[in-house]
Design a protein around this ligand. Structure first.
Ligand SMILES: [Fe+2]
Ligand SMILES: [Fe+2]
Length: 245
């Protein structure tokens, strides 16, 4: 955990100890796209009592000796983890959720007209995310791996085809905000993924799939915005850091 919680950003706090994500979720604090805000500012936005949040963080038991969090990992391990965990999850569930939403729209759309809008927003989000993941896997992540390898071997300044890696990272962060905004719209339209009294088993399954999808998106965006991207920027500014960290 970081030294003075009030001075740290919420992204830094979760990067230092991933269990803080559960505490922030409980208080409605956005730590992914809003990860660069101080704990004080983030609490203000979420109407949460900062001392209650600090107390909750303080009750997390100490880590076992030798435990490493994802923020301590090498860059290539973080990238492998993001692809294996989050990218593969997104690709596997988008067709299922999309199909369930189409069924709900057709079966329940007359009594729940918001389902048509939810299905449209989710389909747009799915298409946007497919492009986003491809950009990361084929362009940005290979570049970050090269940057880390270059620094680890102690080579000189690494010439970026982008001018600076911060330019494509800013574009990816903007796309993260857009995806999070689309999921926020879906959460509001579903009244927090609530199942109506006349909802069937598919309705219930689809609401829990959407809730899980949003939760995974927050974890995924956090790992990129608050852990991977700052490490890549630091490497570009200090290309001789050892061990690719
Ligand atoms: Fe990603
Ligand atoms: Fe991303």
């Amino acid at each position: 955990m970081v030294d003075r919680l009030e001075d740290a950003t919420v992204g830094e706090i979760v990067a230092a100890d991933s269990r803080a994500a559960g505490v922030f979720d409980r208080f409605g604090i956005d730590f992914c796209c809003g990860g660069r805000r101080s704990l004080t500012d983030a609490c203000r936005s979420a109407a949460a009592d900062p001392s209650a949040v600090v107390n909750a963080l303080g009750t997390l038991p100490p880590r076992a000796q030798g435990h490493t969090d994802v923020g301590d990992w090498r860059l290539d391990r973080i990238i492998d983890h993001i692809i294996a965990t989050h990218h593969s999850y997104v690709r596997s569930v988008i067709p299922t959720i999309s199909c369930h939403l189409a069924t709900l729209r057709d079966v329940h759309g007359a009594r729940h007209p918001e389902l048509a809008c939810i299905a449209t927003v989710f389909d747009e989000l799915g298409a946007d995310l497919e492009q986003h993941l491809a950009k990361e896997e084929h362009v940005i992540f290979p570049y970050i791996r090269d940057l880390a390898e270059h620094a680890e071997r102690g080579f000189g300044v690494f010439l970026s085809p982008f001018g600076t890696v911060e330019t494509p990272l800013a574009m990816l962060e903007r796309e993260h905000r857009e995806a999070a905004d689309e999921m926020r719209v879906i959460r509001e339209l579903t009244d927090g993924y609530a199942v109506p009294a006349d909802g069937c088993a598919t309705y219930a399954a689809c609401m829990s799939e959407l809730e899980e999808f949003e939760h995974d998106l927050h974890q995924h965006v956090h790992l990129e915005n608050n852990v991977l991207f700052p490490k890549a920027v630091a490497l570009e500014h200090a290309p001789r850091l050892p061990n690719g960290r």
